[in-house]
Design a protein around this ligand. Structure first.
Ligand code: ZN
Length: 587
Protein backbone atom coordinates (compact mmCIF):
# COMPACT_ATOMS: atom_id res chain seq x y z
CA UNK A 1 0.00 0.00 0.00
CA UNK A 2 1.17 3.47 -0.81
CA UNK A 3 1.03 4.79 2.76
CA UNK A 4 3.90 2.52 3.74
CA UNK A 5 6.07 4.57 1.45
CA UNK A 6 5.64 7.63 3.63
CA UNK A 7 6.21 5.60 6.76
CA UNK A 8 9.38 4.05 5.32
CA UNK A 9 10.60 7.43 4.17
CA UNK A 10 10.24 8.82 7.66
CA UNK A 11 11.51 5.77 9.50
CA UNK A 12 13.95 6.98 12.18
CA UNK A 13 17.61 6.21 11.45
CA UNK A 14 19.02 6.96 14.90
CA UNK A 15 17.78 6.60 18.47
CA UNK A 16 17.67 10.38 18.61
CA UNK A 17 15.14 10.35 15.74
CA UNK A 18 12.90 7.81 17.41
CA UNK A 19 9.78 9.56 18.70
CA UNK A 20 8.77 8.99 22.32
CA UNK A 21 10.16 5.97 24.26
CA UNK A 22 12.83 7.95 26.13
CA UNK A 23 13.40 5.07 28.60
CA UNK A 24 14.15 2.64 25.76
CA UNK A 25 16.52 5.01 23.99
CA UNK A 26 18.43 5.92 27.14
CA UNK A 27 18.98 2.33 28.28
CA UNK A 28 20.04 1.07 24.85
CA UNK A 29 22.40 3.96 24.17
CA UNK A 30 24.02 3.47 27.60
CA UNK A 31 24.46 -0.27 26.98
CA UNK A 32 25.97 0.40 23.55
CA UNK A 33 28.40 2.95 24.93
CA UNK A 34 29.54 0.53 27.62
CA UNK A 35 29.68 -2.40 25.21
CA UNK A 36 27.16 -4.29 27.36
CA UNK A 37 24.55 -5.21 24.78
CA UNK A 38 22.47 -8.25 25.79
CA UNK A 39 21.95 -11.33 23.61
CA UNK A 40 18.18 -11.07 23.48
CA UNK A 41 15.70 -8.24 23.77
CA UNK A 42 11.94 -8.27 23.94
CA UNK A 43 10.29 -5.13 22.53
CA UNK A 44 6.64 -5.12 23.61
CA UNK A 45 4.04 -2.47 22.87
CA UNK A 46 1.16 -1.30 20.67
CA UNK A 47 1.51 -1.25 16.90
CA UNK A 48 3.34 1.61 15.26
CA UNK A 49 5.20 2.72 18.37
CA UNK A 50 8.71 2.16 16.97
CA UNK A 51 9.62 -1.41 17.97
CA UNK A 52 10.91 -2.55 14.58
CA UNK A 53 12.54 0.81 13.94
CA UNK A 54 14.39 0.59 17.25
CA UNK A 55 15.46 -2.98 16.43
CA UNK A 56 16.94 -1.84 13.11
CA UNK A 57 18.76 1.08 14.70
CA UNK A 58 20.13 -1.36 17.29
CA UNK A 59 21.27 -3.74 14.52
CA UNK A 60 23.17 -0.87 12.91
CA UNK A 61 24.58 0.44 16.18
CA UNK A 62 26.11 -2.92 17.23
CA UNK A 63 27.75 -3.32 13.82
CA UNK A 64 28.64 0.30 13.00
CA UNK A 65 32.33 0.93 12.26
CA UNK A 66 32.22 4.54 13.51
CA UNK A 67 29.57 4.69 16.22
CA UNK A 68 29.18 8.02 17.98
CA UNK A 69 27.92 8.04 21.57
CA UNK A 70 25.98 4.83 21.03
CA UNK A 71 24.37 6.02 17.78
CA UNK A 72 25.07 4.44 14.36
CA UNK A 73 26.84 6.68 11.82
CA UNK A 74 24.52 5.61 8.97
CA UNK A 75 27.38 6.05 6.51
CA UNK A 76 29.81 3.17 6.96
CA UNK A 77 29.61 -0.12 5.04
CA UNK A 78 27.97 -1.91 7.95
CA UNK A 79 25.26 0.72 8.45
CA UNK A 80 24.51 0.84 4.71
CA UNK A 81 24.31 -2.94 4.48
CA UNK A 82 21.79 -3.13 7.32
CA UNK A 83 19.82 -0.20 5.98
CA UNK A 84 19.53 -1.57 2.45
CA UNK A 85 18.90 -5.12 3.60
CA UNK A 86 21.91 -6.39 1.66
CA UNK A 87 24.13 -9.01 3.28
CA UNK A 88 23.07 -12.09 5.20
CA UNK A 89 23.80 -11.09 8.76
CA UNK A 90 20.71 -9.11 9.70
CA UNK A 91 17.49 -10.99 9.19
CA UNK A 92 13.91 -9.89 9.78
CA UNK A 93 11.51 -12.76 10.36
CA UNK A 94 7.75 -12.35 10.40
CA UNK A 95 6.55 -14.90 12.92
CA UNK A 96 2.98 -14.52 11.69
CA UNK A 97 3.90 -16.28 8.43
CA UNK A 98 6.83 -18.39 9.73
CA UNK A 99 5.34 -19.77 12.87
CA UNK A 100 6.29 -23.45 12.59
CA UNK A 101 9.00 -25.43 14.30
CA UNK A 102 10.83 -26.07 10.99
CA UNK A 103 11.54 -22.39 10.41
CA UNK A 104 12.90 -21.99 13.92
CA UNK A 105 15.07 -25.14 13.54
CA UNK A 106 16.53 -23.67 10.35
CA UNK A 107 17.17 -20.51 12.29
CA UNK A 108 19.00 -22.48 15.00
CA UNK A 109 21.33 -23.95 12.42
CA UNK A 110 22.05 -20.60 10.78
CA UNK A 111 22.76 -19.01 14.15
CA UNK A 112 25.78 -21.31 14.66
CA UNK A 113 27.71 -19.86 11.70
CA UNK A 114 29.82 -16.76 12.21
CA UNK A 115 28.64 -13.56 10.52
CA UNK A 116 29.93 -13.05 6.98
CA UNK A 117 30.36 -9.29 6.70
CA UNK A 118 29.39 -7.77 10.04
CA UNK A 119 30.58 -8.33 13.58
CA UNK A 120 27.22 -9.46 14.89
CA UNK A 121 24.30 -11.40 13.46
CA UNK A 122 20.96 -9.82 14.33
CA UNK A 123 17.64 -11.66 14.14
CA UNK A 124 14.55 -9.50 14.41
CA UNK A 125 11.46 -11.65 15.01
CA UNK A 126 8.27 -9.64 14.45
CA UNK A 127 4.98 -10.64 16.09
CA UNK A 128 6.84 -13.33 18.00
CA UNK A 129 3.71 -14.27 19.98
CA UNK A 130 2.42 -16.00 16.81
CA UNK A 131 4.93 -18.86 17.08
CA UNK A 132 3.63 -22.36 17.84
CA UNK A 133 4.52 -24.05 21.13
CA UNK A 134 7.08 -26.29 19.40
CA UNK A 135 8.63 -23.29 17.71
CA UNK A 136 8.87 -21.50 21.06
CA UNK A 137 10.61 -24.56 22.54
CA UNK A 138 13.10 -24.58 19.68
CA UNK A 139 13.68 -20.85 20.09
CA UNK A 140 14.19 -21.30 23.82
CA UNK A 141 17.09 -23.72 23.22
CA UNK A 142 18.81 -21.08 21.10
CA UNK A 143 18.23 -18.38 23.68
CA UNK A 144 19.61 -20.63 26.44
CA UNK A 145 22.99 -21.02 24.73
CA UNK A 146 23.35 -18.09 22.37
CA UNK A 147 26.57 -17.87 20.35
CA UNK A 148 28.50 -14.70 21.20
CA UNK A 149 28.07 -13.25 17.74
CA UNK A 150 24.26 -13.21 17.78
CA UNK A 151 21.65 -10.75 18.92
CA UNK A 152 17.91 -11.50 19.04
CA UNK A 153 15.24 -8.83 19.07
CA UNK A 154 11.77 -10.25 19.62
CA UNK A 155 8.97 -7.77 18.91
CA UNK A 156 5.35 -8.24 19.93
CA UNK A 157 2.08 -6.42 20.41
CA UNK A 158 0.85 -9.18 22.74
CA UNK A 159 3.55 -10.02 25.28
CA UNK A 160 1.09 -11.97 27.47
CA UNK A 161 1.02 -14.71 24.81
CA UNK A 162 4.75 -15.36 25.12
CA UNK A 163 5.91 -18.16 27.47
CA UNK A 164 7.56 -16.96 30.66
CA UNK A 165 10.61 -19.09 29.88
CA UNK A 166 11.26 -16.98 26.77
CA UNK A 167 10.58 -13.66 28.48
CA UNK A 168 12.99 -14.48 31.31
CA UNK A 169 15.81 -14.93 28.77
CA UNK A 170 15.28 -11.46 27.32
CA UNK A 171 15.83 -7.93 28.44
CA UNK A 172 12.36 -6.49 28.15
CA UNK A 173 11.35 -3.01 26.99
CA UNK A 174 7.76 -1.81 26.99
CA UNK A 175 7.07 0.68 24.22
CA UNK A 176 4.37 3.18 25.06
CA UNK A 177 1.73 4.82 22.93
CA UNK A 178 3.20 7.99 21.44
CA UNK A 179 1.72 11.17 22.91
CA UNK A 180 -0.52 13.08 20.44
CA UNK A 181 1.59 16.22 20.98
CA UNK A 182 4.69 14.42 19.70
CA UNK A 183 2.81 12.97 16.76
CA UNK A 184 1.37 16.33 15.75
CA UNK A 185 4.89 17.74 15.83
CA UNK A 186 6.12 14.99 13.52
CA UNK A 187 3.10 15.29 11.20
CA UNK A 188 3.75 19.01 11.00
CA UNK A 189 7.36 18.36 9.96
CA UNK A 190 6.28 15.83 7.35
CA UNK A 191 3.69 18.26 5.91
CA UNK A 192 6.12 21.13 5.64
CA UNK A 193 8.74 18.89 4.02
CA UNK A 194 6.20 17.52 1.56
CA UNK A 195 4.79 20.99 0.89
CA UNK A 196 1.27 20.07 2.05
CA UNK A 197 -1.13 22.66 3.45
CA UNK A 198 -2.69 21.60 6.75
CA UNK A 199 -4.95 22.76 9.56
CA UNK A 200 -3.79 22.17 13.11
CA UNK A 201 -7.16 20.69 13.93
CA UNK A 202 -6.80 18.08 11.19
CA UNK A 203 -3.39 17.03 12.50
CA UNK A 204 -4.83 16.61 16.00
CA UNK A 205 -7.70 14.57 14.63
CA UNK A 206 -5.28 12.28 12.81
CA UNK A 207 -3.02 11.94 15.86
CA UNK A 208 -6.00 11.03 18.03
CA UNK A 209 -7.37 8.52 15.57
CA UNK A 210 -3.95 6.83 15.34
CA UNK A 211 -4.20 6.01 19.07
CA UNK A 212 -0.50 6.30 19.84
CA UNK A 213 0.79 4.59 16.69
CA UNK A 214 2.91 6.81 14.48
CA UNK A 215 2.75 4.38 11.56
CA UNK A 216 -1.04 4.68 11.48
CA UNK A 217 -0.84 8.45 11.83
CA UNK A 218 1.49 8.72 8.85
CA UNK A 219 -0.78 6.37 6.92
CA UNK A 220 -3.83 8.55 7.61
CA UNK A 221 -1.86 11.66 6.75
CA UNK A 222 -0.85 10.23 3.41
CA UNK A 223 -4.38 9.08 2.59
CA UNK A 224 -5.75 12.50 3.49
CA UNK A 225 -3.18 14.14 1.27
CA UNK A 226 -4.00 11.77 -1.58
CA UNK A 227 -7.72 12.51 -1.17
CA UNK A 228 -7.32 16.26 -0.79
CA UNK A 229 -4.55 16.80 -3.31
CA UNK A 230 -2.03 17.85 -0.68
CA UNK A 231 -4.57 19.73 1.45
CA UNK A 232 -4.76 18.32 4.98
CA UNK A 233 -7.96 20.13 5.98
CA UNK A 234 -10.28 19.02 8.78
CA UNK A 235 -12.87 18.18 6.18
CA UNK A 236 -10.54 16.00 4.13
CA UNK A 237 -9.22 14.28 7.25
CA UNK A 238 -12.78 13.62 8.44
CA UNK A 239 -13.62 12.20 5.03
CA UNK A 240 -10.72 9.75 5.16
CA UNK A 241 -11.44 8.69 8.74
CA UNK A 242 -15.22 8.53 8.29
CA UNK A 243 -16.04 10.96 11.09
CA UNK A 244 -17.55 14.42 11.29
CA UNK A 245 -15.24 17.43 11.58
CA UNK A 246 -15.21 19.15 14.97
CA UNK A 247 -16.28 22.53 13.67
CA UNK A 248 -19.57 21.03 12.43
CA UNK A 249 -20.09 19.08 15.66
CA UNK A 250 -19.67 22.33 17.56
CA UNK A 251 -22.19 23.99 15.24
CA UNK A 252 -24.67 21.23 16.02
CA UNK A 253 -24.25 21.69 19.77
CA UNK A 254 -24.62 25.44 19.44
CA UNK A 255 -27.77 25.06 17.35
CA UNK A 256 -29.22 22.75 20.02
CA UNK A 257 -28.30 25.20 22.73
CA UNK A 258 -30.07 27.96 20.81
CA UNK A 259 -33.08 25.69 20.20
CA UNK A 260 -32.58 25.96 16.46
CA UNK A 261 -33.96 22.53 15.60
CA UNK A 262 -34.17 23.28 11.88
CA UNK A 263 -30.41 23.76 11.80
CA UNK A 264 -29.84 20.62 13.87
CA UNK A 265 -31.86 18.51 11.43
CA UNK A 266 -30.19 20.16 8.42
CA UNK A 267 -26.73 19.37 9.72
CA UNK A 268 -27.72 15.78 10.44
CA UNK A 269 -29.24 15.49 6.98
CA UNK A 270 -25.99 16.72 5.39
CA UNK A 271 -23.96 14.18 7.31
CA UNK A 272 -26.25 11.35 6.27
CA UNK A 273 -25.98 12.45 2.67
CA UNK A 274 -22.22 12.32 2.98
CA UNK A 275 -22.48 8.75 4.21
CA UNK A 276 -21.86 9.17 7.96
CA UNK A 277 -23.83 6.71 10.03
CA UNK A 278 -25.62 7.36 13.31
CA UNK A 279 -23.20 5.35 15.43
CA UNK A 280 -20.23 7.30 14.17
CA UNK A 281 -22.01 10.63 14.62
CA UNK A 282 -22.92 9.78 18.23
CA UNK A 283 -19.36 8.61 18.84
CA UNK A 284 -17.92 11.88 17.54
CA UNK A 285 -20.46 13.95 19.49
CA UNK A 286 -19.56 12.10 22.69
CA UNK A 287 -15.91 12.78 22.04
CA UNK A 288 -16.45 16.50 21.60
CA UNK A 289 -18.78 16.74 24.61
CA UNK A 290 -16.10 15.05 26.69
CA UNK A 291 -13.51 17.50 25.35
CA UNK A 292 -15.72 20.49 26.18
CA UNK A 293 -16.37 19.24 29.73
CA UNK A 294 -12.63 18.76 30.26
CA UNK A 295 -11.97 22.28 28.98
CA UNK A 296 -14.53 23.73 31.36
CA UNK A 297 -13.38 21.75 34.39
CA UNK A 298 -9.61 22.20 34.04
CA UNK A 299 -7.23 25.13 34.34
CA UNK A 300 -6.34 26.11 30.78
CA UNK A 301 -2.59 25.69 31.25
CA UNK A 302 -3.01 22.01 32.13
CA UNK A 303 -4.99 21.19 28.98
CA UNK A 304 -3.52 18.89 26.32
CA UNK A 305 -2.77 20.64 23.04
CA UNK A 306 -5.81 19.56 21.04
CA UNK A 307 -8.08 21.12 23.69
CA UNK A 308 -6.41 24.50 23.34
CA UNK A 309 -7.72 25.02 19.81
CA UNK A 310 -9.60 28.30 19.78
CA UNK A 311 -12.73 26.84 18.13
CA UNK A 312 -13.21 24.47 21.07
CA UNK A 313 -12.35 27.11 23.66
CA UNK A 314 -14.96 29.48 22.22
CA UNK A 315 -17.63 26.79 22.18
CA UNK A 316 -16.82 25.82 25.76
CA UNK A 317 -17.42 29.38 26.91
CA UNK A 318 -20.93 29.42 25.46
CA UNK A 319 -22.18 26.10 26.83
CA UNK A 320 -22.82 25.19 30.46
CA UNK A 321 -21.31 22.22 32.29
CA UNK A 322 -24.64 20.74 33.48
CA UNK A 323 -25.95 20.75 29.94
CA UNK A 324 -22.77 19.19 28.55
CA UNK A 325 -22.89 16.51 31.25
CA UNK A 326 -26.50 15.82 30.41
CA UNK A 327 -25.43 15.44 26.78
CA UNK A 328 -22.73 12.94 27.73
CA UNK A 329 -25.26 10.91 29.70
CA UNK A 330 -28.02 10.96 27.10
CA UNK A 331 -25.78 10.27 24.10
CA UNK A 332 -23.88 7.63 26.06
CA UNK A 333 -27.17 5.76 26.49
CA UNK A 334 -28.03 6.33 22.85
CA UNK A 335 -24.65 4.98 21.78
CA UNK A 336 -25.13 1.66 23.56
CA UNK A 337 -28.77 1.42 22.48
CA UNK A 338 -28.31 2.17 18.77
CA UNK A 339 -27.52 -1.38 17.76
CA UNK A 340 -30.90 -2.58 19.02
CA UNK A 341 -33.07 -0.10 17.12
CA UNK A 342 -34.49 -0.44 13.62
CA UNK A 343 -34.09 3.22 12.75
CA UNK A 344 -30.85 4.61 14.20
CA UNK A 345 -31.34 7.99 12.56
CA UNK A 346 -34.69 8.46 14.27
CA UNK A 347 -33.19 7.39 17.60
CA UNK A 348 -30.40 9.92 17.20
CA UNK A 349 -32.78 12.73 16.29
CA UNK A 350 -34.97 11.90 19.28
CA UNK A 351 -31.96 11.95 21.59
CA UNK A 352 -30.88 15.36 20.27
CA UNK A 353 -34.41 16.74 20.63
CA UNK A 354 -34.49 15.57 24.24
CA UNK A 355 -31.33 17.58 24.85
CA UNK A 356 -32.67 20.89 23.61
CA UNK A 357 -32.79 23.20 26.63
CA UNK A 358 -36.25 23.81 27.98
CA UNK A 359 -37.54 27.36 28.00
CA UNK A 360 -36.93 28.04 31.66
CA UNK A 361 -38.77 30.80 33.37
CA UNK A 362 -36.63 33.90 33.17
CA UNK A 363 -36.92 34.60 36.89
CA UNK A 364 -35.59 31.14 37.60
CA UNK A 365 -32.51 31.94 35.57
CA UNK A 366 -32.18 35.24 37.31
CA UNK A 367 -32.60 33.47 40.61
CA UNK A 368 -30.08 30.76 39.82
CA UNK A 369 -27.63 33.42 38.73
CA UNK A 370 -27.86 34.84 42.18
CA UNK A 371 -27.73 31.47 43.89
CA UNK A 372 -24.48 30.71 42.12
CA UNK A 373 -22.93 33.70 43.79
CA UNK A 374 -23.34 32.14 47.21
CA UNK A 375 -26.49 33.66 48.67
CA UNK A 376 -28.65 31.75 51.10
CA UNK A 377 -32.03 30.96 49.62
CA UNK A 378 -35.31 31.09 51.49
CA UNK A 379 -35.69 27.35 51.46
CA UNK A 380 -32.47 27.08 53.40
CA UNK A 381 -30.39 25.59 50.62
CA UNK A 382 -26.98 27.13 50.76
CA UNK A 383 -25.08 27.05 47.53
CA UNK A 384 -21.58 28.43 47.68
CA UNK A 385 -21.38 28.39 43.90
CA UNK A 386 -18.80 25.63 43.85
CA UNK A 387 -20.08 23.99 40.69
CA UNK A 388 -19.94 27.24 38.81
CA UNK A 389 -16.62 27.97 40.47
CA UNK A 390 -15.03 24.89 38.99
CA UNK A 391 -16.72 25.45 35.69
CA UNK A 392 -15.28 28.89 35.34
CA UNK A 393 -11.85 28.02 36.68
CA UNK A 394 -10.39 27.87 33.21
CA UNK A 395 -11.67 31.29 32.30
CA UNK A 396 -11.10 32.96 35.62
CA UNK A 397 -8.45 35.28 34.28
CA UNK A 398 -10.74 36.39 31.49
CA UNK A 399 -11.07 40.13 31.04
CA UNK A 400 -14.82 39.94 31.64
CA UNK A 401 -14.31 38.68 35.14
CA UNK A 402 -13.44 41.54 37.39
CA UNK A 403 -13.22 39.55 40.61
CA UNK A 404 -9.92 39.05 42.33
CA UNK A 405 -9.01 35.34 42.39
CA UNK A 406 -9.17 35.13 46.17
CA UNK A 407 -12.27 37.17 46.66
CA UNK A 408 -15.24 35.05 47.73
CA UNK A 409 -17.95 34.79 45.11
CA UNK A 410 -20.59 36.16 47.45
CA UNK A 411 -18.88 39.51 47.67
CA UNK A 412 -19.82 40.75 44.26
CA UNK A 413 -23.26 39.37 43.59
CA UNK A 414 -24.34 37.93 40.24
CA UNK A 415 -21.28 39.06 38.41
CA UNK A 416 -19.06 38.06 35.57
CA UNK A 417 -18.80 34.59 34.26
CA UNK A 418 -19.77 32.82 37.41
CA UNK A 419 -23.21 34.31 37.44
CA UNK A 420 -23.55 33.82 33.74
CA UNK A 421 -22.66 30.13 33.85
CA UNK A 422 -25.51 29.48 36.18
CA UNK A 423 -27.88 31.84 34.46
CA UNK A 424 -27.41 29.95 31.23
CA UNK A 425 -27.64 26.51 32.75
CA UNK A 426 -30.87 25.14 31.38
CA UNK A 427 -30.90 22.05 33.57
CA UNK A 428 -31.37 21.45 37.26
CA UNK A 429 -27.98 21.74 38.87
CA UNK A 430 -26.46 22.50 42.20
CA UNK A 431 -27.34 26.11 41.59
CA UNK A 432 -31.07 25.56 41.08
CA UNK A 433 -31.82 23.08 43.83
CA UNK A 434 -34.67 25.13 45.18
CA UNK A 435 -36.52 25.23 41.88
CA UNK A 436 -39.19 22.54 42.38
CA UNK A 437 -40.47 24.35 45.44
CA UNK A 438 -40.66 27.55 43.46
CA UNK A 439 -42.71 25.91 40.74
CA UNK A 440 -45.24 24.56 43.21
CA UNK A 441 -45.50 27.70 45.23
CA UNK A 442 -46.01 31.00 43.42
CA UNK A 443 -45.59 32.89 46.64
CA UNK A 444 -42.08 31.50 47.17
CA UNK A 445 -40.98 32.34 43.63
CA UNK A 446 -42.41 35.82 44.09
CA UNK A 447 -40.55 36.58 47.29
CA UNK A 448 -37.35 35.08 45.94
CA UNK A 449 -37.53 37.41 42.98
CA UNK A 450 -37.93 40.27 45.39
CA UNK A 451 -35.03 39.05 47.47
CA UNK A 452 -32.72 39.01 44.46
CA UNK A 453 -33.78 42.55 43.66
CA UNK A 454 -33.16 43.65 47.24
CA UNK A 455 -29.73 42.10 47.09
CA UNK A 456 -28.96 43.91 43.85
CA UNK A 457 -30.29 47.15 45.31
CA UNK A 458 -27.82 46.95 48.21
CA UNK A 459 -25.04 46.84 45.63
CA UNK A 460 -26.54 49.52 43.40
CA UNK A 461 -24.05 51.73 41.60
CA UNK A 462 -25.68 54.91 40.34
CA UNK A 463 -22.68 55.93 38.29
CA UNK A 464 -22.98 52.76 36.24
CA UNK A 465 -26.73 53.24 35.88
CA UNK A 466 -26.30 56.83 34.69
CA UNK A 467 -23.69 55.74 32.19
CA UNK A 468 -25.97 53.04 30.79
CA UNK A 469 -28.92 55.43 30.65
CA UNK A 470 -26.97 58.18 28.92
CA UNK A 471 -25.53 55.70 26.40
CA UNK A 472 -28.83 53.88 25.90
CA UNK A 473 -29.38 55.17 22.33
CA UNK A 474 -25.80 54.23 21.51
CA UNK A 475 -26.35 50.74 22.93
CA UNK A 476 -29.56 50.32 20.92
CA UNK A 477 -27.76 51.40 17.77
CA UNK A 478 -24.99 48.85 18.33
CA UNK A 479 -27.55 46.10 18.85
CA UNK A 480 -29.39 47.22 15.73
CA UNK A 481 -26.19 47.04 13.67
CA UNK A 482 -25.70 43.51 14.92
CA UNK A 483 -29.25 42.14 14.78
CA UNK A 484 -32.37 44.08 13.92
CA UNK A 485 -34.75 41.66 15.64
CA UNK A 486 -32.92 41.94 18.95
CA UNK A 487 -33.06 45.71 18.65
CA UNK A 488 -36.82 45.58 18.15
CA UNK A 489 -37.19 43.78 21.47
CA UNK A 490 -34.63 45.72 23.47
CA UNK A 491 -36.06 49.12 22.49
CA UNK A 492 -39.06 48.26 24.69
CA UNK A 493 -36.81 47.98 27.70
CA UNK A 494 -35.68 50.51 30.24
CA UNK A 495 -32.57 50.25 32.42
CA UNK A 496 -33.60 50.90 36.03
CA UNK A 497 -30.95 49.48 38.31
CA UNK A 498 -27.27 48.69 37.96
CA UNK A 499 -24.44 47.29 40.01
CA UNK A 500 -20.80 47.16 38.99
CA UNK A 501 -21.49 43.90 37.15
CA UNK A 502 -25.16 43.75 36.30
CA UNK A 503 -27.93 45.90 34.94
CA UNK A 504 -31.66 45.33 35.39
CA UNK A 505 -33.77 46.21 32.35
CA UNK A 506 -37.56 46.25 32.73
CA UNK A 507 -40.11 45.36 30.05
CA UNK A 508 -43.89 45.75 30.02
CA UNK A 509 -44.34 42.68 27.86
CA UNK A 510 -43.54 39.19 29.04
CA UNK A 511 -42.75 38.26 25.44
CA UNK A 512 -40.05 40.90 25.07
CA UNK A 513 -38.57 40.07 28.43
CA UNK A 514 -38.31 36.37 27.57
CA UNK A 515 -36.96 37.10 24.10
CA UNK A 516 -33.99 39.17 25.23
CA UNK A 517 -33.01 36.61 27.88
CA UNK A 518 -32.27 33.91 25.28
CA UNK A 519 -28.54 33.18 25.33
CA UNK A 520 -27.66 34.45 21.86
CA UNK A 521 -29.76 37.60 22.27
CA UNK A 522 -28.12 38.33 25.61
CA UNK A 523 -24.71 37.91 24.09
CA UNK A 524 -25.46 40.55 21.43
CA UNK A 525 -26.89 42.96 24.00
CA UNK A 526 -24.12 42.49 26.54
CA UNK A 527 -21.53 43.04 23.85
CA UNK A 528 -23.26 46.31 23.00
CA UNK A 529 -23.05 47.34 26.69
CA UNK A 530 -19.34 46.67 26.65
CA UNK A 531 -18.76 48.52 23.38
CA UNK A 532 -21.00 51.53 23.92
CA UNK A 533 -20.75 52.07 27.67
CA UNK A 534 -17.34 50.50 28.14
CA UNK A 535 -18.54 48.26 31.00
CA UNK A 536 -18.88 44.51 31.10
CA UNK A 537 -22.39 43.98 32.44
CA UNK A 538 -24.68 41.03 32.82
CA UNK A 539 -28.21 41.87 31.77
CA UNK A 540 -31.16 40.76 33.87
CA UNK A 541 -34.52 41.34 32.22
CA UNK A 542 -37.51 41.93 34.47
CA UNK A 543 -41.23 42.47 34.09
CA UNK A 544 -42.30 46.02 34.82
CA UNK A 545 -44.97 44.87 37.30
CA UNK A 546 -42.32 43.04 39.32
CA UNK A 547 -40.18 46.14 39.40
CA UNK A 548 -43.10 48.26 40.60
CA UNK A 549 -43.93 45.71 43.27
CA UNK A 550 -40.35 45.89 44.46
CA UNK A 551 -40.44 49.67 44.72
CA UNK A 552 -43.51 49.57 47.00
CA UNK A 553 -42.79 46.62 49.27
CA UNK A 554 -45.73 45.32 51.26
CA UNK A 555 -43.64 43.57 53.90
CA UNK A 556 -40.71 45.85 54.63
CA UNK A 557 -39.76 44.24 57.95
CA UNK A 558 -38.67 40.72 56.89
CA UNK A 559 -36.87 42.14 53.90
CA UNK A 560 -34.64 44.32 56.04
CA UNK A 561 -33.88 41.39 58.31
CA UNK A 562 -33.00 39.22 55.35
CA UNK A 563 -30.65 41.75 53.85
CA UNK A 564 -28.79 41.99 57.13
CA UNK A 565 -28.57 38.25 57.42
CA UNK A 566 -27.08 37.95 53.95
CA UNK A 567 -24.56 40.64 54.74
CA UNK A 568 -23.52 38.80 57.87
CA UNK A 569 -23.13 35.57 55.99
CA UNK A 570 -21.12 37.37 53.38
CA UNK A 571 -18.83 38.90 55.93
CA UNK A 572 -18.30 35.51 57.50
CA UNK A 573 -17.50 34.04 54.12
CA UNK A 574 -15.10 36.86 53.44
CA UNK A 575 -13.28 36.33 56.71
CA UNK A 576 -13.17 32.54 56.87
CA UNK A 577 -13.25 31.54 53.25
CA UNK A 578 -16.36 30.10 51.72
CA UNK A 579 -15.38 26.46 52.23
CA UNK A 580 -15.31 26.81 56.01
CA UNK A 581 -18.64 28.48 56.54
CA UNK A 582 -21.91 26.64 56.45
CA UNK A 583 -24.95 28.85 56.56
CA UNK A 584 -27.72 27.12 58.45
CA UNK A 585 -31.33 28.03 58.00
CA UNK A 586 -32.56 29.67 61.18
CA UNK A 587 -36.24 29.01 60.58
ZN1 ZN B 1 28.07 3.12 10.73
Amino acid sequence: MSYQALYRMWRPQTFRDLIGQPHVKQTLVNALQRGQVAHAYLFAGPRGTGKTSAAKILAKAVNCLNPLEGEPCNECEACTAVQNGTGMDVEEIDAASNRGVDEIRQLREKVQYAPTGLTRKVYIVDEVHMLTTEAFNALLKTLEEPPNHTLFVLATTEPHKIPGTIISRCQRFDFRRIAPELMVERLETVCSTEGWTRSEEALWKIAQAADGGLRDALGLLEQTSAFGGGDISSENAAHVMGGVESVLLVQLLQAMWQRDMAKVLNLLGDWYERGKDATRIVHDLLQILRDLVIIKMSPSDSLPGHLRLSSLQDAAQQLSVPWLMQGVKKLGETYTGLRYVDDPRLALEAALLALVPRDEDTEERLHSAHQASGVKSESGVTVPGKAADKASASTRSDANDSREPDEPAGATGPSGRQGREAALAPEPSATTLAKPAAKKNGRTSESRKQEVLRKLATEADNEVLERVQSEWQQILQRVKDERIQTHAWLMNGQPVLATKNAVVVVFSSRFHRDAVMKPDERTVIEQAFAQAAGISLQMLALLKEDWEKFQTPTEPEPSAALATESDLAEKAVRVFGKDLVEIIDGE
